[in-house]
Design a protein around this ligand. Structure first.
Ligand code: CAA
Length: 380
């Protein structure tokens, strides 16, 4: 067993951390206030090879392992969790193509993402179906060599800028998960209607919208894995993307922790620095333990993926534990800063707002516990 990152991983980590500190952190507050997509920062990240980590080398990608992508994600989320969401959502949308696409589809859809900066969206959630993903109602009807798609999607990250959507629909809602079909829809296809940009508590610079698919017609050649084969593709995608989301929670928590330690050494109360007070020491110690435990869970979930072993249970351990820890750590960081922590002039207020979303998207903390219980009671 080796807990060290490889020389290559240390190099990628340094590159991503430098980018986080020099390019993301100085602009994070401004983009949070403006609530607009930081396109020039995202493009720079792409130019450095930090975006679309899941694309294999055969299709022009960097061939990063899952562990590599965790290292990158943690560093980018340290810079700004919102900007990282815009970056990570590309992987979430491209992973179903990597997992379920045939060679022709991978060439057609993945390679353009390696040639210029492009944006992708994963469209699973609907206004009435979030946690209950198997209940989705977006209808996919066969029509000769095409399919026709009708339905509404909600909370779609990157939607306003997406060059490509990976959509999940159903050929028959009564079939539940057995009718789910995954299909790639390119920007400009008639019938795609974007909703207004959501005004969110955190991750404000990432673009989140409803998307309506109104008689959208695409070739059957865009279906991933065949009709009614989409559910397993979605679940396997989440097995990969949930550890990434957990890695982003580690990055956000580490950032809140570093700010808290620095502040605790500087701020004097009762004639001594905060760091001399046991009440603060205990909070800092709790933070440090939770960050280390979260990171180890992320790395184990990624290691299982890289070694072709089932990781569903570990992915949910990592997602739930890291997300809940990040929320606690960010809340305690605000507590350590006291009144200043509640002010937008200091960095921990934004981290606290950003942390909340990690407990909600890509399966709530409650859904992760449900998945863990199913693995324990039904599948082992
Ligand atoms: N890999 C392969 N197969 C899996 C699997 C996995 N990880 N998990 C489940 N399955 C299989 C089961 O074995 C079962 O197969 P059989 O039919 O052969 O028995 C089938 O899938 C159905 O599984 P369940 O009975 O567990 O299904 P369910 O409907 O009761 O619950 C759920 C499934 C785990 C709760 C699922 O609905 C879920 O993950 N919900 C949360 C959805 C989610 O994470 N949404 C996030 C959207 S992305 C996002 O947040 C947007 C963004 O832009 C950031």
């Amino acid at each position: 067993m080796d807990f060290n990152l490889s020389a290559d991983q240390l190099e990628i980590k340094e590159l991503a951390m430098k980018f986080a500190r020099l390019e993301m952190m100085p602009k994070a507050q401004e983009y949070d206030e403006k609530a607009t997509m930081p396109l020039e920062i995202l493009k720079k990240a792409w130019e450095l090879g930090l975006v679309n980590t899941c694309i294999p080398t055969e299709y022009g990608g960097s061939g990063f392992s899952a562990m590599d992508s965790m290292v990158i994600t943690e560093a980018l989320a340290y810079g700004c969790m919102g900007m990282n969401t815009a970056i990570m959502a590309n992987d979430l949308a491209l992973l179903p193509i990597v997992i379920g696409g045939n060679n022709e589809q991978k060439k057609r859809f993945l390679t353009p993402f390696t040639e210029s900066y492009k944006i992708a969206s994963f469209c699973l959630t609907e206004p009435g179906f979030g946690s209950d993903a198997g209940g989705i109602k977006t209808l996919i009807r066969e029509d000769g060599d095409d399919i026709v798609i009708n339905g509404n999607k909600m909370w779609i990250t990157n939607a306003g800028y997406a060059d490509l959507f990976v959509l999940y629909g159903t050929t028959n809602p009564e079939l539940k998960h057995k009718g789910i079909t995954a299909v790639v829809i390119e920007k400009g296809t008639p019938g795609i209607e974007l909703g207004k940009k959501e005004d969110k508590m955190g991750h404000r610079c990432s673009d989140t919208r409803a998307v309506t698919f109104n008689n959208v017609r695409v070739s059957k050649k865009n279906i991933l894995g065949g009709l009614n084969q989409g559910w397993k593709i979605a679940m396997k995608t989440l097995d990969h993307s949930r550890p990434m989301v957990a890695a982003s929670a580690v990055g956000g928590a580490q950032c809140a922790f570093d700010h808290s330690v620095k502040y605790a050494k500087e701020r004097i109360q009762f004639n001594v620095p905060l760091s001399s007070h046991q009440a603060i020491q205990f909070m800092i110690s709790e933070m440090a333990m939770k960050i280390e435990a979260s990171r180890l869970l992320v790395h184990k979930a990624a290691w299982l993926l890289d070694n072709n072993q089932p990781n569903t249970q570990l992915a949910s351990y990592a997602k739930a534990f890291a997300a809940d820890s990040c929320m606690q750590i960010a809340t305690d960081a605000v507590q350590i800063y006291g009144g200043y922590g509640y002010s937008k002039e200091y960095p921990v207020e934004k981290i606290m707002r950003d942390a909340k979303l990690i407990q909600v998207y890509e399966g709530t903390s409650q859904i992760q516990r449900l998945v863990i219980a199913k693995e324990i009671f039904q599948r082992s």
